[in-house]
Write a protein that binds this ligand. Structure first.
Ligand SMILES: O=C(O)CCC(=O)C(=O)O
Ligand SMILES: [Mn+2]
Length: 226
């Protein structure tokens, strides 16, 4: 795949998305960087079993698997959703965020503190998707969400500030980095579908999304919400 953002640019310039506060960096991660993130993830998956999140109340399983890196992990379970310092599936702390992702945050987040959560979304079947939602469980809503796409291309949808607002979709390919912040931090967004077979990066196919979030306000004593 072509490197479309100059290699080594410490603060790359995003392309226009039509949404103030949504910055898209197509191909910011080159092939080697993508492959090494997949290797780090596969190593973590040796000990961390990804799980299917369950809808609050109904307990209906999502169509993806998830796990987390970081001091805090975002979890969705029948008793509610929010951030947890331990993986509820095994009671252990989440593995540390891979250094390459911390470095990426420094390049594109323009925020004075590191992310505390890296939610890993595994779109591992052709039917995997994520409905329209807002990322709103963080106290640090002044920090952007930085999202990395690996593997199969997806159709990503961005809407407005109410669920029924007009929306627009665009594709996210392997190596693309999307930053959702500023005036768009609380916009609805989701993944309509993945395009199976569009990348050979992920062993066995599918798409991996890594979503970096700052949860607590820097300097605050906030606790996990669950
Ligand atoms: O998979 C994606 O690109 C979006 C993920 C997302 O919106 C989330 O985890 O909150
Ligand atoms: Mn989201």
């Amino acid at each position: 795949m072509t490197q479309r953002v100059p290699k080594g640019d410490p603060y790359p310039k995003p392309v226009e998305t039509g949404f103030e506060g949504i910055a898209l960096y197509p191909g910011l991660l080159g092939e080697a960087a993508q492959a090494s993130l997949v290797t780090a993830l596969m190593a973590a998956l040796e000990t961390e079993r990804p799980y299917r999140p369950l809808m609050p109340r109904t307990g209906k399983p999502w169509s993806i698997h998830q796990m987390n890196f970081g001091e805090l992990g975002w979890v969705s379970r029948p008793d509610g959703y929010g951030y947890a310092a331990e993986n509820p599936a095994n009671g252990r702390k989440w593995p540390a965020i891979p250094p390459a992702l911390l470095a990426l945050w420094d390049r594109v987040a323009h925020y004075p503190a590191p992310p505390e959560c890296c939610l890993v979304n595994l779109y591992d079947t052709p039917k995997s998707r994520m409905g329209l939602h807002r990322d709103e469980d963080e106290a640090a809503l002044d920090a952007p969400v930085v999202s990395v796409s690996l593997g199969d291309t997806c159709v990503f949808r961005v809407g407005g500030f109410a669920r029924g607002d007009k929306s627009k979709s665009f594709r996210l390919a392997s190596g693309d980095v999307l930053v959702l912040g500023g005036a768009s931090r609380l916009r609805y967004h989701g993944v309509d579908r993945i395009i199976p077979g569009s990348s050979r990066l992920v062993p066995g196919g599918g798409r991996i999304n890594l979503t970096l979030r700052r949860v607590t306000k820097p300097g605050s004593q906030s606790f996990p919400s669950r």
